[in-house]
Design a protein around this ligand. Structure first.
Ligand code: 5GP
Ligand code: ZN
Length: 119
């Protein structure tokens, strides 16, 4: 598994920085965002250091599929209300113009009552 020693999310993957983990398996880790924007806000992160969606290729299709199918399970487990009244938002910021701050691919999952989405 390839890691970047200077990457904050690689350090979380390796247990060198603490995090509030809500899921871990051989390929993926999920932890609560340190500055939550919503009542439910966690990050789903591949353990492999992929800088962003800009570096994704066909070899990552299965991994990305796992992220997209695991996220709803975790979202509902973390307290998002059932679809369609409830639900959640999934966001992948990519590059500076996309608002990405941490250069290790991650899926934001936001949920809960949503005054934060209005205005
Ligand atoms: P980005 O803007 O790159 O899509 O989002 C990065 C997210 O990572 C931000 O929401 C930020 O709060 C979160 N974050 C940055 N550093 C840490 C950290 O050390 N621990 C946790 N749990 N979240 C972090
Ligand atoms: Zn990394």
């Amino acid at each position: 598994m390839s890691h970047d020693p200077n990457c904050i999310f690689c350090k979380i993957v390796l247990g060198q920085i603490p995090s509030r983990k809500l899921h871990e398996d051989d390929e993926l880790i999920a932890f609560h965002d340190i500055h939550p924007w919503a009542p439910v806000h966690f990050l789903l992160v591949p353990k492999l250091h992929i800088p962003s969606m800009a570096q994704v290729g066909p070899e990552h299709a299965a991994l990305l599929g796992r992220m997209m199918t695991l996220a709803p399970q975790l979202a509902f487990r973390e307290g998002c209300r059932p679809y369609p009244e409830g639900g959640f938002r999934m966001v992948v910021n990519t590059g500076a113009d996309g608002g990405q701050e941490v250069p290790h691919l991650h899926l934001h999952v936001f949920g809960g009552p949503r005054p934060w989405l209005k205005g």
